[in-house]
Design a protein around this ligand. Sequence first.
Ligand SMILES: Cc1cc2nc3c(=O)[nH]c(=O)nc-3n(C[C@H](O)[C@H](O)[C@H](O)COP(=O)(O)O)c2cc1C
Length: 211
Amino acid sequence: MCAEQLSVYDAIRLRRDVRAEFTGELVDDDTLWRILSAAHRAPSVGNSQPWDFVVVREAATLRRFADHVAGKRVEFRDALPADRAATFDPIKIEGIVESGTGIVVTHDDRRGGPQVLGRASVPETGVYSTVLAIQNLWLAATAEQVGVGWVSFYEPGFLRDLVDLPEGITPIAWLCVGPVHEFQEVPDLERFGWRARRALTDAVHYEKFGG
Ligand SMILES: Cc1cc2nc3c(=O)[nH]c(=O)nc-3n(C[C@H](O)[C@H](O)[C@H](O)COP(=O)(O)O)c2cc1C
């Protein structure tokens, strides 16, 4: 489907966390820039725009990160009870090398100076803003038929060293980004029996929580 024809509702419906469906081709630079532009248009507390994007394509760096993530996967798996480990085993949790492009999304809490309008009593609004940039990126990529997979099986210190993050810059996500041959209709974790989606009726309350 052409990007102009996809409504925001279509993109929300089609968006998937992608692990196994990357074609192995690289996302082209113009498309990547459009996707990053969409991320950069996100709302942010006090208009602080606390995000940055580190685009990683060096094969050796992708490999090093993939090896680190593989180790964290084993740690997680080994801490599971036997039945959950059996459910987890076939689930792929990243497409770092196959996607060919990693985007490290970072957060700078000092961006916007000492008085960020709106953040005084809810400091987390800074990180919320960066996460909104990620969601914009994810939806724009979907509209471009480009897959995104969020990887969080890593030690933040490892990722910081891998891409030379300066003091005060926090890694928020590693995103695997690349063209896909399809988007699954059902999330992988549901397809593999790990955890299903909740019904909207369970998530919406009226007047009081639980109401
Ligand atoms: C903060 C965050 C971290 C995630 N980390 C991982 C991860 O490390 N590996 C993975 O395979 N999926 C990861 N995911 C993807 C979720 O598993 C996925 O979004 C969820 O199962 C729903 O599937 P869907 O995104 O296809 O709708 C992450 C998603 C979020 C929002």
